[in-house]
Design a protein around this ligand. Structure first.
Ligand SMILES: Cc1cc2nc3c(=O)[nH]c(=O)nc-3n(C[C@H](O)[C@H](O)[C@H](O)COP(=O)(O)OP(=O)(O)OC[C@H]3O[C@@H](n4cnc5c(N)ncnc54)[C@H](O)[C@@H]3O)c2cc1C
Ligand code: SF4
Ligand code: SF4
Ligand code: SF4
Length: 505
């Protein structure tokens, strides 16, 4: 059992729960935040340089900053919770658009719209920030990311493209502050990287005030470097130094000087890091600006603008001709894919989380957890009352139009009397072949099982029911007339409630 003093020194908990359990994604936030430089990321390992408990009897920092610990999670949400739109799968946001770098040469080098590279280059040139944390390719092993402090546009250009292995970007952020004395830093990373930085802000860590803007990348997961490269060498006889590029489409594409290999994702899924299996954040929900692919469109990226700072910066770049934009509502396929991917990641993470918790007794967290604060809040205080419903006899095409217009992914289905008869989701609608969508009724894709709550129940009851049924939404019915729909509570509503009540947690 953990002794009291063990748990007061965060490193002991970090080591036991995160590092030794295989949940570390090597971001380096613990190294950057440690007040006595006791931790170092070395290669693919976190190393303790000296025993800090000899000098300190209490330090909560490294475990709290780790993006895979439950600490500070809800407090970190504050950075985006002022946004006007609250979406079940995409988090808080102000706008979603399609975007691409105006420079076609740049787009050629990237696999998307090269939006990140353009924004960073623009920001450095215009002195919006004084440096940027990027992930370049290691010269002797191009698949391997090397987190770096970019000071000039050339440093940013050499980081174009995605590398699907862990990058110690939070460590590099610490290096930008301590090593280079930078005070306005742009930060690019996958969702857990962004969370680490947001935790520093929530903690008011002394280096967090140097963060100017965070750009988050959509992320399905990262691979464990050595095991995957060994697999590729053994199976396909490709040495790490021969890999010129890795790309993700329906398959994992490896390009060498003379060849292109397409590996099915099912073949390499066991090399995805354990933390990624329980990670629920696909779109970097805490970033100022989130960027992902815009499949099936080539050359474009999907951009989710979440904060006012992100919006001002992004549109400044647009107005100056660096970035071109396009309306996402004109490309319903793209929008549909983003929310389906986010929903699928969340659902599979919840399932995996349940399994892992049963085996190891705890869980590294990127999700809402039970909290006493939820027991103090009544459903009637947090439910959304004027919810959008759909009639059972509209077609799937009409339903998809509504999804595009309102950006929700699921709707209560009602009969002519206004009584709820089930739930229709984008996921189910997407399974109907395109040519049959005009002839298929919503009633044919409606899931009849209703997960419900009543106004007098607590938010904790709702949370437990959501976990039990693995759903992110619950209908609220009138207890005196259970056929009368009063409203709905979503998981985002619960998160929002908790962030509003953060002082009580
Ligand atoms: C591990 C990983 C998984 C991803 N999974 C998906 C996905 O499933 N679906 C989807 O739509 N998009 C995914 N993306 C995002 C996508 O690949 C692009 O990064 C994103 O669309 C931005 O494109 P861009 O052309 O604007 O970026 P670019 O202009 O090419 O810039 C890319 C930036 O990404 C940074 N970067 C590269 N590799 C890493 C890394 N390992 N860690 C931190 N930063 C890095 C670089 O610093 C660079 O600045 C993933 C990205 C990564 C790194
Ligand atoms: S001193 Fe450093 S290693 Fe020790 S608990 Fe604090 S942050 Fe962790
Ligand atoms: S903070 Fe980052 S590097 Fe440190 S243990 Fe957590 S995931 Fe690993
Ligand atoms: S899936 Fe989640 S935990 Fe894994 S790298 Fe992406 S953001 Fe981090």
């Amino acid at each position: 059992m953990e002794s009291k003093s063990d748990s007061l020194i965060a490193y002991n908990v970090l080591e036991k729960k995160i590092i030794n359990s295989g949940f570390c994604t090597l971001c380096g936030a613990c190294e950057a935040a440690c007040p006595v430089s006791a931790i170092q990321i070395e290669g693919e390992k976190v190393r303790r340089l000296h025993d800090c408990s000899k000098d300190l009897d209490l330090c909560p920092i490294c475990y709290s900053m780790c993006p895979h610990s439950e600490a500070l999670l809800l407090r970190s949400l504050k950075c985006v919770s002022g946004a006007p739109i609250r979406h079940e799968e995409l988090g808080y946001y102000r706008k979603i658009v399609l975007a691409q770098a105006a420079d076609p040469k740049l787009r050629e080098q990237s696999h998307g719209g090269a939006v990140v590279t353009s924004l960073l280059t623009y920001g450095i040139e215009k002195k919006v920030f004084d440096s940027a944390i990027v992930s370049q390719a290691e010269p002797e092993n191009p698949a391997k990311p090397k987190a770096a402090v970019a000071l000039v546009p050339d440093d940013i250009l050499s980081a174009v493209g995605s590398k699907f292995f862990p990058s110690s970007v939070a460590k590099a952020y610490g290096g930008a502050v301590y090593g280079y004395g930078k005070t306005k830093i742009a930060f690019v990373g996958v969702p857990c990287h962004v969370l680490a930085l947001r935790k520093m802000e929530a903690w008011q860590h002394k280096i967090s005030g140097n963060l100017a803007i965070t750009i988050g990348l959509f992320c399905f997961g990262t691979f464990s470097l050595s095991p995957l490269l060994e697999h590729i060498e053994k199976t396909y006889k490709i040495k790490p130094s021969d890999i010129k590029q890795m790309r993700l489409s329906k398959k994992f594409v490896i390009q060498t000087e003379n060849d292109v290999i397409r590996i099915p994702l099912s073949e390499i899924k066991d090399h995805i890091l354990p933390s990624c299996r329980t990670c629920t954040d696909f779109t970097a929900e805490l970033a100022d600006i989130s960027v992902g692919t815009a499949y099936p469109l080539k050359d474009w990226s999907t951009v989710i603008i979440r904060t006012k700072a992100g919006e001002d910066f992004f549109y400044d770049a647009v107005e100056n001709g660096v970035i071109s934009t396009w309306v996402i509502e004109e490309e319903p396929n793209v929008f549909e894919r983003v929310i389906v991917a986010a929903a699928q990641k969340r659902t599979s993470a919840l399932k995996e989380a349940k399994k892992m918790e049963a085996i190891i007794g705890f869980l590294p967290v990127l999700m809402l957890r039970e909290s006493d604060a939820l027991a103090k809040i009544k459903v009637e205080e947090i439910m959304t009352r004027n919810i959008k419903t759909v009639l059972h006899n509209i077609t799937v095409s009409q339903f998809l139009d509504l999804v595009t217009r309102y950006h929700h992914i699921s709707y209560p289905v009602i009969n002519e009397s206004g009584e709820p008869i089930g739930i229709a989701t984008l996921e189910e609608a997407a399974k109907v072949p395109k040519e049959k969508r005009n002839d298929t009724l919503v009633s044919q894709i409606t899931r009849p099982e209703l997960v419900v709550a009543y106004p007098g129940e607590t938010a904790l009851d709702v949370f437990k029911r959501m976990s039990e049924h693995e759903t992110g939404r619950i209908l609220v019915l009138d207890p005196t007339n259970p056929k009368k729909l009063l409203g709905m509570v979503t998981k985002t509503d619960l998160m929002h409630t908790l962030t509003d009540n953060i002082e009580n947690i």
